[in-house]
Design a binder for this molecule. Structure first.
Ligand code: E4P
Length: 215
């Protein structure tokens, strides 16, 4: 499973990318609002830091506006993927952008029907938001299972990005289902490395090594 970072914070991206495990980045208007700078500059800097797909979201609600925004964003860097919301206009824009050779990530997907439409429209990626579904009292991960099954049944090549990830167990469940990608906030990425027994083990090994050194 590929790991994308779900942030627009270049420091978080640099730190995680330095380990060599980051395959791409997703942003949204909320994430971009949390960092300083012009949108285009933020996206360019991320593209120059991570060699993989970088999602940048449009804010137009009509298909023509989305396509215009998408063309400008796609011109920033070859790795920019255009995030398009799952609406009727969004589906139209995704179809049109596919004919122009511009890759899309269909976002704000909360049902299997929406995931199906995204793939049929030709989205390169689909982003079901599992954490927000959990918050609403549903089982978000069920949508990942359904989407993976539907795409397998019909041979869609749209890649499933598990989005709205809230904790490391979401990542494990994504792996067990066989999702293509999880987009992970940096706080969750940090937690994936940690286990108290690892820290305890290191401490006791180092303490015992002191005894060996002093022989
Ligand atoms: C990613 O593509 C989404 O924009 C993001 O995962 C949403 O996460 P949130 O529900 O924590 O805002």
């Amino acid at each position: 499973m590929k790991i994308f970072l779900d942030t627009a914070d270049i420091n978080q991206i640099r730190e995680a990318a330095a380990i060599g495990l980051v395959d791409g980045v997703t942003t949204n208007p909320t994430l971009v609002s949390r960092v300083e700078g012009k949108f285009e500059d933020i996206i360019r800097e991320i593209c120059e830091t991570v060699d993989g797909p970088v999602s940048a979201e449009v804010v137009s609600l009509d298909a023509a506006g989305m396509v215009e925004e998408a063309k400008k964003l796609a011109a920033i860097h070859k790795n920019v993927v255009i995030k398009i919301p799952m609406t009727k206009d969004g589906a139209r824009a995704i179809r049109e952008l596919k004919t122009l050779g511009i890759r899309t990530n269909c976002t704000l997907v909360f049902s299997a029907n929406q995931a199906y439409i995204a793939a049929k429209a030709g989205a390169s990626y689909v982003s079901p938001f599992i954490g927000r579904l959990d918050d609403a009292g549903a089982v978000g991960m069920d949508l990942i299972r359904e989407t993976m099954q539907i795409y397998e049944n019909y041979g869609f090549d749209t890649e499933v990005i598990v989005a709205s990830v809230r904790h490391p167990l979401h990542v494990v469940e994504s792996l067990m289902i066989g999702a293509h990608i999880a987009t992970i906030p940096s706080g969750v990425f940090e937690k994936m490395f940690k286990h108290p027994l690892t820290d305890k083990g290191i401490d006791s090994f180092l303490a015992d090594w002191e005894k060996v050194k002093s022989r």
